[in-house]
Design a protein around this ligand. Structure first.
Ligand SMILES: NC(=O)c1ccc[n+]([C@@H]2O[C@H](COP(=O)([O-])OP(=O)(O)OC[C@H]3O[C@@H](n4cnc5c(N)ncnc54)[C@H](O)[C@@H]3O)[C@@H](O)[C@H]2O)c1
Ligand SMILES: CC(C)=CCC/C(C)=C/C=C/C(C)=C/C=C/C(C)=C/C=C/C=C(C)/C=C/C=C(C)/C=C/C=C(\C)CCC=C(C)C
Length: 623
């Protein structure tokens, strides 16, 4: 296989597993087969040791490389030897430094290496901060990770990558990689998604905006004016967003600076902050079927309908897909996290895998450190949690009263359902020529859009990158919303039987709608339930992210990165602006900026800080 990550070729994916079951078995939960992550054996690795660590862990053959063997590689006397020697300090020493002297060794500890956590960590590391990322799992990426089976490389979560172009200011994935000296080869996707909807409505979202709008107007000619106005308003917002330098909206010097430099754009965004896409669509469009189509457009990125989807978020995705386009990273989505993790270590910071944080340590009303499940402790000036807010405040902070901001958040947002996901290998000939990469299927009734198992998402990343599967095979990643309650309390056999039954039904629906002969072309299948997501992604109830309880006031009620607890920050999809890889990347950028200001790596004004934080708190209370 050719080297595919320009700066990151040293850690190609681990070799395939041995024999696999043709059908799901007790050992095939749909994500990597790993023994529960024991934390006593947590170990430091540099990204270049990722292959060794993951394959050794997966195959149970080698002992992970120890800190001292890695430390021996630091070259004393080299220009960055100070940074390197800090980077290889043994965990016990690091803990001791913080614990005994009371002086925090790290500038920040990041709990979790999802894209949100990794972006926050790398952005801080490039500013010169000393960061320790603690990841419960054996590889980085969380929902944006990968796993391998029988020659297939599967993306754990979504394969639709926004923000991955070389244009504008909103290509946050490209920028995050560039910050640590990485650039990935990408493959442009000619169609973001092919919708297969009730009443045989079929719409391809072409990469070219004109082509997409032309197709939509051809299906709804009587709504031409409304279509142009709605999507035109999205462009107004997207262009305003794209003109700004994106940093922390909780940092007043930056925010007021942007208002000063780009007043029209900032006021545009402030105007749309409390608005939802469905209300704006209804100003221009009357046709109920077209409004339902816009619901489906929003649902695929927010898991709720347009009336509940913030207009800024809708504009971001409905336009970026045509502006920068959707681009798939060669070698799979997992390469993004691996590249960021390597970049982090290259900048002198550290990642510790199999490090399950069980407690955030609080002293005098301030977060000062964390404790792992083996009892080891680490201390830092700031703690950044990439766990969901429900996990952070419900599990990691013990004995603390839930801060008012979090109570308000939980009043406004509930956990979105999780997913049932089916990762399949199929014979290539079952796909008709010119099959699109991403599909959204809702066959009979619009009312089933948001119901569990109602809509089906399907990605076929091998349409873009055939190297992800053995020759003559394709990957089908199928997912549909499903709640954890549906899967709990079942005896093992019933659980397995239910997985098979539900998956068979979804596959049968796809066979009927899209690919005749699908069932008999399957060469590999693995099914993951919400329990699988909970277990491997460490997300409460396996949730996909926050979802408004009622109709939200756009993005107004979404919390940013600071929390009610001093020195504790959150990052990821339960922070502004919400779900989505690009959205959590933005939350990482914002978080890093706010933390950098608080630890003296960026300018700050305590007076203005207080004023802005109070103003934002007040605005949120209006949501
Ligand atoms: N199936 C899917 O497509 C799917 C599922 C869920 C989420 N998502 C999307 O993925 C993105 C989420 O990104 P993110 O950055 O917010 O988070 P993430 O969930 O991707 O990553 C969080 C990471 O933190 C780790 N972690 C959690 N608790 C920990 C603890 N106590 N100790 C150590 N490590 C811990 C997890 O193992 C994980 O690697 C969003 O876009 C979301 O919408 C997709
Ligand atoms: C503060 C005040 C007072 C004022 C201010 C004003 C201003 C300046 C403002 C500003 C703002 C801003 C900057 C904002 C920003 C925002 C952003 C960036 C956003 C973003 C977003 C994004 C998103 C949401 C995304 C999402 C995505 C997703 C989720 C995706 C998904 C996908 C999937 C699931 C796939 C599908 C598949 C198939 C179909 C197959």
């Amino acid at each position: 296989m050719a080297e595919r990550l320009c700066f990151c070729s040293s850690f190609c994916l681990s070799p395939p597993f041995s024999a696999h079951p043709e059908r799901p078995t007790a050992q095939s939960p749909g994500l990597p087969h790993l023994r529960p992550i024991g934390v006593a054996d947590a170990c430091y690795v540099s990204s270049s040791h990722l292959l060794e660590l993951s394959s050794s862990h997966l195959f149970g053959r080698h002992k992970p490389r120890t800190q001292s063997s890695w430390g021996a590689r630091a070259s004393p006397g080299s220009s960055n030897s100070r940074v390197r020697s800090q980077a290889v300090l043994s965990p016990d020493k690091a803990a001791e430094r913080g614990g005994l002297s009371g002086e925090a060794y790290y500038d920040a500890i990041v709990i979790g290496s999802g894209i949100g956590g990794l972006v926050a960590a790398t952005q801080l590391a490039v500013k010169g901060a000393r960061i320790l990322v603690l990841e419960k799992y054996v590889i980085p990426g969380g929902s944006s990770g990968y796993y391998e089976r029988d020659g297939y490389t599967f993306d754990v979560g979504s394969s639709v990558m926004f923000g991955f172009s070389d244009k504008g200011n909103l290509n946050l994935i490209t920028q995050a990689l560039a910050a640590v000296g990485c650039k990935m080869e990408v493959i442009p996707d000619p169609t973001t998604v092919h919708f297969h909807l009730p009443n045989d409505l079929s719409v391809q979202v072409h990469r070219g905006y004109g082509e997409f709008i032309g197709e939509l107007i051809s299906k709804f000619p009587h709504e031409k004016g409304g279509i142009l106005k709605f999507y035109g308003e999205c462009w107004k917002i997207f262009n305003a967003l794209n003109s700004l330098e994106l940093k922390s909206l909780e940092e007043p010097l930056y925010l007021f600076g942007q208002f000063f430099q780009k007043p029209i754009e900032c006021l545009t965004l402030a105007y749309y902050l409390p608005q939802n896409a469905g209300d704006i669509a209804r100003k221009y469009i009357k046709d109920p079927q077209l409004l339902s189509f816009i619901d489906a457009e929003c649902f695929i990125v927010s898991t709720v309908n347009a009336l509940q989807t913030p207009m800024i978020n809708a504009s971001m995705v409905l336009c970026d897909r045509h502006f920068g386009g959707i681009n798939y990273p060669v070698g799979g989505v997992g390469g993004i996290a691996k590249s960021l993790a390597k970049g982090l270590v290259d900048k002198g910071s550290e990642i510790l895998y199999r490090a399950n944080v069980t407690d955030i340590i609080v002293e005098n009303g301030k977060a000062v450190g964390v404790r792992l499940s083996g009892g080891r402790q680490f201390f830092a000036k700031t703690i950044i949690s990439n766990a969901t807010r429900w996990d952070t405040f419900g599990k990691l902070l013990k004995g603390e009263n839930l801060p008012k901001e979090e109570r308000d958040f939980q009043k406004r947002y509930v956990k979105a359902p999780s997913f049932l996901s089916i990762h399949m290998g199929v014979k290539a000939e079952v796909l008709p020529p010119e099959t699109d990469c991403h599909h959204f299927v809702l066959e009979d009734s619009w009312s089933r859009l948001e119901e569990p198992y109602g809509s089906i998402f399907l990605s076929i990343p091998t349409v873009l990158d055939p190297s992800l599967a053995p020759e003559g095979r394709h990957i089908l990643h199928i997912f549909t919303t499903s709640s954890i309650e549906d899967w709990e309390g079942l005896p093992r056999q019933e659980y397995e039987a239910k997985k098979e039954k539900v998956a068979d039904e979804i596959i049968r629906r796809l066979e009927k709608k899209l690919f005749p002969g699908l069932q008999s072309s399957i060469t590999f299948v693995e099914v993951g339930t919400p329990k699988t997501h909970r277990r491997y992604l460490a997300r409460q109830s396996g949730t996909y992210g926050p979802m408004p309880r009622n109709t939200p006031k756009g993005l107004l009620g979404m919390p940013f990165n600071t929390t009610g607890l001093n020195s504790l920050y959150c990052v990821g999809d339960s922070c502004f602006p919400g779900q989505g890889v690009i959205a959590v990347a933005f939350s990482g950028v914002m978080c890093a900026h706010r933390v950098a200001a608080d630890i003296g790596l960026e300018k700050k004004s305590p007076l203005l800080d207080n004023a802005l934080l109070s103003l934002l708190g007040w605005l949120r209370s209006l949501a």
